[in-house]
Design a protein around this ligand. Sequence first.
Ligand code: ATP
Length: 198
Amino acid sequence: MIKVGITGGIGSGKSTVCKVFKGLGIPVFEADIVAKQLMTSNPEIRQALIKVFGTAVYLPDGTIDRKYLAGLVFNDESLLAKLNGIVHPVVLKEFNEWCGTKQTPYILHEAAILFESGFYKMMDKIIAVVTDEEERIQRVMKRDGATIELVRQRIQNQMSDAERIKLTDFVISNNDNELIIPQILTIDKKIRAESIYK
Ligand code: ATP
């Protein structure tokens, strides 16, 4: 089965694009959501996170305090590497098991940090969703009620679109004046044509 990674900067429209692929019958592994769930539910991750970051990374109800954790790793590369070293191997195991349950022409692995995490190396193809920065800022401010400064900071912390495009097989342009469905249908057709599962 063909493994297709789909990535893009904050607010580019990855989830929106993935909804269309789901409508075409393509299963989507939502890596960021799975990672977040595992940080709360997986005992090995819990133990390791508490050892490195202290008990304060968990809220009184037992769920991970993502804001607190993000604040700790934001400007500390070595702590970020520790966090990734704890979470990524478990997400990868989960992804491989999930793939084993699918029999579609291809699957999608959706992740904001597909390149940064190194997961892109495990993908057969990569799609980047690309949207102008100003439009992304407006969308995220509207969606999350975030300030312009916060969104800009997040964008600065991520890879640029120019870098993403270099490592990508397909680009989906998702500015307000562009139609995504025809772009998705073209990509879907090309990948299906290469798959042994029809
Ligand atoms: P994140 O990395 O922050 O999770 P994302 O890349 O998954 O973001 P989405 O959540 O799909 O992005 O889109 C961001 C916001 O922009 C959403 O509120 C979505 O409804 C809106 N949006 C996405 N595509 C378009 C579009 N073509 N036109 C207008 N609004 C859009």
